[in-house]
Write a protein that binds this ligand. Sequence first.
Ligand code: NAD
Length: 314
Amino acid sequence: MTHIAQVGLGQWGKNLARNFDQLADLVWLCDVDDECRAQAAQSYPSAQVTSNFDDVLADDSVEAVVVATPVPTQYELARRALEAGKHVFVEKPPAMRGAEIEELCELAEERDLVLMPGHLLLYHPGVQKLKEIVDSGELGEVLYVYGNRQNLGTFRTNENALWSLGVHDLSVLLYLIEEEPIEVRAHGSAFLSKGVEDVVFCYLRFPSGKMAHMHLSWLDPHKIRRITVVGNERMAVFDDMERERKITVYDNWRTRTGDIYSPTVDSTEPLRRECEHFLRLVAGEGDPHKAARDAILVVRALDQLQASLETVAA
Ligand SMILES: NC(=O)c1ccc[n+]([C@@H]2O[C@H](COP(=O)([O-])OP(=O)(O)OC[C@H]3O[C@@H](n4cnc5c(N)ncnc54)[C@H](O)[C@@H]3O)[C@@H](O)[C@H]2O)c1
């Protein structure tokens, strides 16, 4: 079994630790917070627990490191782990600058290590079904795609709605369209915490002429988790708030009277699939560098959208 260490055992980190404990050998748990360490020691008695990341890096038996700390710390921890020769799974977004993710990706390729960002939605069976539908040509040519990620609550203060919410939709939009945007624009406003945009609207245009849009907000009466793809023959929607019908395909493009159908979507937990995928890459199955190269496009686009947000706000 793969020997795994995890740094960051907060709200989300606990979910990762639960999965990796079931799928691999969780040998080290690291967090700077005393309470998190005490809880981890109780939940995973066979793992060693530390507040010092160097302890993890110094252990030659550790093959892979999972990074689930606050976003501004992740690039540095991921870089140190790669430099120490460990495969790395790093939560989303893996870095806050295009240049940082490029550097991590280069380091991973140079040392032939896996670097996988935690783009959870890409492992969602509903998103995989949507991709299958798009790639099959069933929708005709894709004209535009848009994402809605709105909610009321979980107000963040150390990252804005673009970085916190937008990374999910952006990873899916780029996965579906398979192009790098040539034009990006973002508008947003910080209503609750100074300098932290709670509401962001993003526009992206791609070389083929396809368009994409994202509405991101934690200041909204609706809870929406939806990706809509409009093709020149049919349209498809992935709606993660639906319990049963995660995917709906609208058969007729020109009138409202065409057939509508919802294909069956597997119900495996996306996080479980994501962790399994990482372990397969570590075991040498599949392209070890694809996920990191895809992450470059995501972080680069986020970086450009952030620059646009600041320009418009200035
Ligand atoms: N994929 C998803 O759907 C999803 C959902 C939520 C969060 N996340 C991501 O997970 C990451 C963590 O988010 P969270 O909500 O668990 O945050 P959190 O603040 O609850 O937990 C972060 C933990 O990291 C620890 N920490 C901070 N700096 C450290 C350091 N240098 N060394 C060791 N430990 C350190 C903190 O003590 C804390 O326990 C973020 O990147 C976030 O974007 C992903």
